[in-house]
Design a protein around this ligand. Structure first.
Ligand code: NAD
Ligand code: UGA
Length: 458
């Protein structure tokens, strides 16, 4: 079959694969190839066990794979053959050298840029989809224009705003698609090609164009604003616990103001995920680099409140359970950083497990999808940890339950049955405020919500 366009995605991770699966699904006349250096990951994308769990994703892969969607490890050949290249490689926080612990590690990004230069025999549109520091496109352009040949490259910024767990819906019905380009003749022409792809399913008013630097920065700022809302509500949850107010009532009263909005005001154990912390720290680093220490300190406080919320949670567990957790069994309900994903990157449950182990508690972890990743995360931690998929078996014989993830499944558990199987007095620390707290109290539990008065039998 002759395809109208050939699109390549470099990086078959949480963003690269789902976003290009959606393009393949919406544009059957385009050939979409997704490549990665990780052969195991590519093999999994070609198998019955996809490496990423995302509601609705498998159905789309089954409809498109082998038709106009292909997964491959042959990066060099694919670069040569494709005209439009999305770069979706990881950009983690740097762990060494200047900016360690804050700046973005751009080594994977730069390797990709050089690989594109070396293997290109025809003009290409190169699209940044990874989240990157402002002005990365300039570095990309400098690398791409350092070759001896006369091949032209147009660099665009098209950051991705999907969230895990809702990726398919977010990709199919985005609030907006952002495309940054240069206002040159070739920049505008490249942008038009990308607009044409998204126009297949996104209405024109939702496709926003801007200059490249604005597009790069908007992605960091969007994540910083979202995380800031979570830290804002979590900081107020601490005050509610001291002053007998109820954080859900406060969030509702505040969020009904249309200028503020109701979303992202759920108090909990703090935000996790691979991006919020990484992207805010990247923003903080950029502000320092541009000589703006006050702005840097403002955004850094969002991360500090997030850490404080987790420390506060454990301090509360310790205090409520008579100031000793040694030898006690604590069951963590959920380990992924949010519901509907197996992803545990930066999950608050990781820190919370470590703090419990430091108190010599025994930790029993249950999760419907994330136990494999949890075992990898905690492989080097010393102490008593077990992984049990069935929540009833996991809770049996425990002194306390601690809700880590807002899986719908945990709202519907038979807490009466669980209570009967636990050591008394039994405790629930509802780190996500998702259970029927009053009902659990009536069953016999001592219930400790976030940002609300505790319900105890003492
Ligand atoms: P990921 O680690 O799941 O995937 C990145 C993939 O790139 C890996 O499979 C890795 O093997 C591959 N890779 C690295 N170097 C390569 C190279 N030289 N050639 C080919 N493949 C290479 O990461 P992710 O979660 O998909 O995130 C990717 C980027 O997207 C990051 O910048 C992130 O900030 C951004 N982002 C992530 C999300 C999300 O929900 N996870 C959402 C929006 C934006
Ligand atoms: C987030 C953004 O929402 C996406 O727009 C962005 O594309 C993505 O980061 C990225 O750049 O990687 P994601 O991290 O997948 O998406 O998930 P979110 O729904 O944003 O949740 C992040 C964390 O905040 C989770 O741990 C969640 O439980 C927590 N959260 C969220 C709260 O504690 N309260 C809330 O009200 C909302």
């Amino acid at each position: 079959m002759k395809f109208r366009k050939k699109i390549l995605c470099i990086g078959a991770g949480y963003v690269g694969a789902p976003s290009n699966v959606m393009i393949a699904y919406k544009c059957p006349d385009y050939k979409v190839t997704v490549v990665d250096i990780n052969a195991q990951r590519i093999a999994a994308w070609n198998s019955d066990h996809l490496p990423v769990y995302e509601p609705g994703l498998e159905e789309l892969v089954l409809q498109t794979r082998g038709r106009n969607l292909f997964f491959s490890t042959d990066i060099e050949k694919q670069i040569a053959e494709n005209d439009i290249i999305f770069v979706c490689v990881n950009t983690p926080t740097k762990t060494f050298g200047a900016g360690a612990g804050m700046a973005a590690d751009l080594q994977y990004w730069e390797k990709t840029a050089r690989q594109i230069l070396e293997n290109s025999k025809s003009p290409k549109i190169v699209i940044e989809k990874s989240t990157l520091p402002i002005k990365t496109a300039l570095a990309m352009e400098r690398i791409l224009s350092s070759g001896k040949g006369d091949i032209t490259f147009d660099v665009l910024s098209n950051p991705e705003f999907m969230a895990e767990g809702t990726a398919i819906n977010d990709l199919e019905n985005p609030d907006r698609v952002l495309i940054g380009s240069h206002e040159t003749e070739s920049g505008v022409a490249a942008r038009a090609q990308l607009v044409e792809i998204y126009s297949r399913w996104v209405s024109p008013e939702k496709i926003i164009t801007s200059n490249i630097w604005s597009a790069e920065l908007s992605k960091l700022v969007a994540n910083a604003f979202l995380a800031q809302r979570v830290s804002s509500i979590n900081s107020i949850s601490a005050l509610c616990e001291k002053a007998d107010a109820d954080i859900s009532e406060v969030a509702r009263a505040v969020g009904t103001d249309t200028r503020i909005g109701a979303k992202f005001l759920k108090a909990g154990i703090g935000f996790g995920g691979s991006c919020f912390k990484k992207d805010i720290l990247n923003l903080v680093y950029l502000c320092h680099s541009y000589g703006l220490p006050e702005v840097a300190a403002y955004w850094e406080s969002v991360v500090k409140i997030n850490e404080y919320q987790q420390e506060r949670f454990i301090a509360n567990v310790l205090r409520s359970m008579f100031n000793t957790l040694a030898g006690k069994k604590i069951c963590l309900l959920g380990f992924s950083f949010k519901a509907d994903t197996a992803d545990t990157r930066e999950s608050p449950a990781i820190n919370i497990t470590r703090m419990l182990l430091a108190e010599h508690a025994e930790v029993i972890i249950t999760d419907p999808k994330a136990l494999g990743n949890a075992a990898i995360d905690l492989a080097n931690d010393k102490g008593k940890i077990s992984f049990i998929e069935d929540p009833y078996q996991a809770a049996a014989g425990c002194h306390a339950l601690a809700m880590m993830t807002d899986w719908d499944l945990y709202r519907k558990l038979d807490y009466r049955k669980i209570y009967k199987s636990m050591v008394k007095p039994a405790f629930i620390f509802d780190g996500r405020n998702i259970i029927d707290q009053q009902k659990c109290f009536e069953i016999g539990f001592n219930v400790f919500p976030i940002g609300k008065p505790a319900l105890t039998h003492f």
